[in-house]
Design a protein around this ligand. Structure first.
Ligand code: UD1
Length: 422
């Protein structure tokens, strides 16, 4: 298994290009299942999760080709052969569950294995099921698979979600595009990836309004047609690399970055003493003098502080002056990076969903283990700021969500290399 060797090397300077959003792409790809005509995505990230979604769609009979070195994904679901998403693929990635809504809407039936993905909590699918049932679906759990059917087709309805789940919002919105009549989804998630999905669905002929607010209204149509859509910038990759100069010092421009994607995160960075400014090409982040200050963080649905940046922010707080409290409210069990950071000299105490971090003057390099996608990159950030060498093992987690991480960080002066394993 490959590992990443990072050697603390002082301030970082230069530019980092930010890719298209993994999480947007993973919901845009299943949208192909809604139409007989081709859907093409540009600005796609080159990641193993995208390959997993490609394999899943192909297993359903869709044609999926990666063009231009993977940055363009051309898809056609003209001749689908199956409506079953098999456990062997779904277990690798929770986002596989996003085929449920589209398959059900187009074919009136779908069989989808309950998903796997990062080991960061129970991550059930009850909110997806409740929403689709409100649209008239009948769903049963048998042998680890959700068996869904809607023999007379889906029908629009008013439905309020108990929690603003990102995936459930995506599944319900996609399903409702082909339902008869109007669906009003209340307490919908407001993440930029949902706005991006809706913009794409609209290009395909869907009638939707209210995306980006907590009420989304969908007027069902008979069929959707083909479209080409550019995937929105990855706000989590953006935030992650914004933390690189914050933790190491220096000045880095994040190409393609936008303030509106990361506003609550930027508020915290600025409170910590890091400067963030907009440029013509993106965002510039600089930390020039002294250590950052400790700030408290609570993870919340968008536009609150994203759970997917909590681990990386914790790495920064490990080096801050003072004590910070990080409260994780989206996923239970999402502090698995804490004991690894402690191996590098960090002072962290975890009680339930709260981590108290007392900053130290200098982290020390150590062998550490990536436990999930965002945890893995937090260890790299900590390694960049540490004295000596840090080896991060189990980097297959990293490959799920960060393309060319070594090349991007080397480009701003980091000392980082990938060590090939057996
Ligand atoms: C998406 C993102 C993930 C991010 C998360 C929260 C993708 C591919 N993944 O995941 O990176 O961390 O949003 O911003 O876009 N829940 C239920 N029942 C359900 C669904 C969810 O209880 O039916 C719970 C989950 O266990 C979790 C919380 O709701 O505790 C948030 O989950 P959700 O918003 O659905 O996240 P995902 O769509 O899985």
């Amino acid at each position: 298994m490959d590992s990443i060797l990072v050697t603390g090397n002082g301030p970082l300077n230069g530019q980092i290009p930010i890719a298209g959003a993994k999480n947007a792409c993973l919901t845009l790809m299943p949208a192909t299942l809604l139409s007989e005509e081709p859907l093409t995505l540009t600005n796609a990230p080159r990641l193993s999760d995208i390959k997993t979604m490609t394999a899943l769609l192909q297993s359903l009979g869709a044609e999926v080709s990666a063009l231009q070195d993977g940055q363009v994904i051309a898809m056609s679901s003209h001749d689908l052969t199956s409506q079953t998403a098999d456990y062997d693929i779904v277990r690798k990635m929770r986002a596989s569950n996003l085929v449920l809504g589209p398959l059900l809407a187009r074919f009136g039936q779908a069989v989808v294995s309950l998903p796997g993905g990062c080991a960061i909590g129970a991550r059930p699918m009850d909110l997806h099921v409740e929403g689709l049932e409100a649209l008239g679906a009948e769903i049963e759990l048998k042998d680890g698979y959700l068996h869904a059917k809607a023999p007379g087709g889906l029908k629009g309805a008013v439905h309020e979600m108990r929690f603003a789940s990102v995936g459930a919002t995506e599944n319900i919105v996609m399903a409702a595009t082909l339902a008869k009549g109007t669906t009003v989804l209340k307490n919908a998630a407001r993440e930029p990836e949902i706005v991006d999905l809706v913009e794409c669905l609209r290009k395909m002929g869907a009638q939707i309004s209210g995306e980006g607010t907590s009420t989304i209204e969908i007027q069902g149509v008979d069929c959707l047609h083909g479209a080409t859509h550019q995937v929105v910038t990855d706000r989590i990759e953006l935030g992650t690399y914004m933390l690189a100069p914050a933790i190491c010092g220096g000045e880095v421009e994040l190409l393609g970055g936008r303030m509106s994607l990361v506003s609550s995160f930027v508020e915290k960075l600025e409170a910590a003493g890091v400067s963030v400014s907009e440029t013509e090409k993106g965002l510039k982040v600089a930390r020039k003098n002294g250590r950052v200050r400790a700030v408290d963080v609570v993870t919340e649905p968008f536009p609150g502080f994203p759970t997917d940046l909590q681990a990386q922010m914790m790495a920064l707080m490990c080096t801050a002056e003072g004590t910070s409290v990080l409260e994780e409210r989206i996923f239970e069990n999402r502090f698995m990076h804490a004991p690894e950071l402690t191996r590098m000299g960090a002072q962290i105490e975890v009680h339930g969903g709260t981590a108290t971090v007392t900053g130290v003057e200098q982290l020390k390099g150590a062998p550490v283990m990536a436990t999930d996608l965002r945890a893995s990159v937090s260890l790299i950030l900590a390694g960049l700021a540490a004295e000596g060498e840090t080896t991060v093992s189990r980097v297959y987690h990293l490959d799920r969500g960060y393309e060319h991480v070594v090349r991007k960080l080397e480009g701003v002066g980091a000392k980082i290399e990938r060590i090939k394993g057996e």
